[in-house]
Design a binder for this molecule. Structure first.
Ligand code: ADP
Ligand code: MG
Length: 234
């Protein structure tokens, strides 16, 4: 796939919650273009629309007005199942709280997205083991989350996100629960997935030190993009 092809476009996207006097304009006419291979950090104060934008990018939600396109597809015209297919095939998600299944081993957590794809067990196991190797967790396949550190749990979550070879990795505060050292290790890993495997990355973060790993910085204020600039790699 062409590294500069358009992956995401927002055309005057609005997203409202509530009605009448209780109406909240979470996004107020956002234009945004993200090409394949980019590494983007999204920053902005609490309530500025970051998560709303991420939910739309992740095909979990749809605009109230304007148009959102993913790989040129108008996602606003898709139903729930069609959007689920887009997510399953093209997008990996990483969250602040890791969101792993607790009494389930690392490799079983990583296999989950492949089960949804109907892949045979032996192939699932092989692929999950490769993904765990990529995040530096070879040898930890049979540990449960409780037997792993926070940084290791986030590595399992990243392995789960990339096991399907997604085009896009979406991360909402991926280092929010980690100490500084572990945060930098996770950012090195994410930056490596972008640089070495060409995975497009969009990440929300409050921390300037973590945003510094991205090549493009987008700042939200009051449901608008207030700045959008290229930056040198950390
Ligand atoms: P951020 O992630 O930047 O903190 P959000 O995108 O979560 O901001 O929220 C943007 C605005 O939309 C906020 O005013 C928030 O209260 C509101 N909002 C978000 N989700 C909902 C919802 N499900 N129902 C009502 N209001 C919401
Ligand atoms: Mg948020």
């Amino acid at each position: 796939m062409n590294a500069s092809a358009s992956l995401i476009s927002f055309l005057n996207v609005g997203r409202n919650y509530g009605t009448g006097g209780g109406l909240v304009q979470a996004l107020a006419g956002v234009d945004l273009e993200i090409r394949q291979g980019e590494f983007i950090a999204i920053t902005g104060p609490s309530g500025s629309g970051k998560s709303t934008a991420m939910n739309i990018i992740g095909c979990l939600d749809r605009p109230s007005s304007g148009q959102f396109r993913f790989l040129g597809i108008n996602v606003g015209s898709l139903n729930r199942d069609q959007r689920a297919l887009l997510r399953r095939n093209y997008i990996g998600f990483v969250f602040q709280g890791f969101n792993l299944l607790n009494r389930t081993t690392a490799i079983e957590n990583v296999e989950l997205p492949l089960i949804y794809r109907g892949m045979a067990r032996s192939e699932r196991r092989d692929r999950a083991a490769v993904a765990l190797g990529r995040v530096g967790l070879a040898g930890r396949e049979h540990h449960t989350p409780g037997e792993l550190s926070g940084g290791q749990q986030q590595r399992v979550a990243i392995a789960r996100a990339i096991v399907t070879d997604p085009l896009l990795l979406l991360a909402d505060e991926p280092t929010g629960n980690l100490d500084t050292q572990r945060s930098h290790e996770i950012m090195e890993l994410i930056a490596g997935l972008n640089a070495d495997r060409g995975i497009t990355v969009a990440m929300v973060t409050h921390e300037p030190d973590m945003a510094a790993y991205a090549r493009r910085l987008i700042h939200f204020v009051d449901g608008h993009i207030s700045s959008d600039s290229e930056q040198k790699a950390a």
